[in-house]
Design a protein around this ligand. Sequence first.
Ligand code: ADP
Length: 485
Amino acid sequence: MREDGRKALEFETRARIGPAWAEGESGRFAVHDPATGETLCEVADCSVAQTESAIEAAHAAWPQWRSATAEARAEALRKLAQAMHANETRLARIMTREQGKPLAEAAGEVRYAAGFIAWAAEEGKRIYGETIPSPKAGKRIWVHRQPVGVVAAITPWNFPLAMITRKIGPALAVGCTAVVKPAELTPLSALALMELAVEAGLPPGVLNVVTTSDAEAHGKAILGDARVRKVSFTGSTEVGKWLVRAAAEHLPRLSLELGGHAPAIVFDDADLDQAVEEIVAAKFRNCGQTCVCVNRIYVQRPVAEAFMQKLAARLEALRVGPGMDPAAEIGPLVDRATFEKVERHVADARARGAKLVCGGQALPELGPTYYAPTLLTEVDHEMLVMREETFGPVAPVCVFDEEQQAIDWANDTDFGLAAYFFSRGVARCFRVGEALEYGIVGINDGRPSTPEAPFGGFKQSGWGREGGKYAMDAYLETKYLSWSL
Ligand code: ADP
């Protein structure tokens, strides 16, 4: 799309159904710039019939795509990953405009997102079967893996590219075709990715992107269509449960990557500078709007004072501003609803006796959804900040005495996605790492996510794993061929 002379910030605003770009049969809906609250552009508002057409296109493209060689599929995906790298700046700018995150973070997400495609392209060549010795003479047991079929990917706004590529990378690599329904707040990145996929030569129908302002109606259409064999969802636990109920009719395979409520524990034998650096990365990345963001911090009493001083100094130095400003480290929250939840959590904590160390207020001079990086102490487990996902730049810190107390608090939640802890004791690292009921545990590490590793949660944080070789299973059926010779 760059060779044809488009400007860096020209957006594709049409949906992609089979071989064609399509205007929305339900009109258009507005995409906002979180930095200003103003409308950025309008995109196609697809009808349910258009989602059904996209499913049909994916279904029609499937036989040929699944019978292509893994190497041919890998080649197409490699080209897509290369195109993403070649267009890093453009993709990052589009993402920052619609989502708000600072440009450097957006560029990092483009690389991360391309990583899922590139990694899956290679792993798609290693979908091995098995032969198993039969208990009966003259019989053979073969185990074969084959693509599940049409995949629907329903994705959130906080990582407008990576949450899509984490699904379509493995899906396409193993021979599935896909319909993507991006979040209504951030459809532009998905459409820009689709443009690159077209240029990379993905055959028509293999990948489709349907944009809509009516997620529920389209969700019903997806779950109500027997041609959709797999639904991979990233988003809220509430919608995840809705999908589970809706899936009862046709029983598509479901992967669910849902909410989190990540604890970070700082033990008295931690390297405090490292703990502060990693916690700031894990808490304030994307303005606190990730499901693996630290939501609550537990610090052991002997180091509590020193840790909080260091953390407060670091937070006060964070530069808040529009994501397009290269100096900004913290951008705006994505929309007013997200902003209001943050305000509610802080007001609730303060009303219940939490002490404000820094931040604690909106920054209206910057725009409608900016919020200062906030540190709260003297918090307890009755407060919303300690019970629910805040999804904002608020760090509540609670002091503990015994190791077991911190583990119990950390595990006392319905969620189990990511947890972090900081310690230099090897025995403690094993002990605590094994005791935490979480799918991802960062040990002295606030940035564990990478395309090579499994990502997913225990308990109500979801079903299944994305990333690495584990991701492939979600898009494969296991077939047993029993041969009598
Ligand atoms: P978040 O809290 O991150 O906005 P949501 O769960 O509301 O999470 O949204 C994640 C994705 O799920 C978005 O693409 C959204 O449009 C979609 N979505 C929301 N409600 C439904 C639904 N009832 N059926 C299918 N998709 C839905």
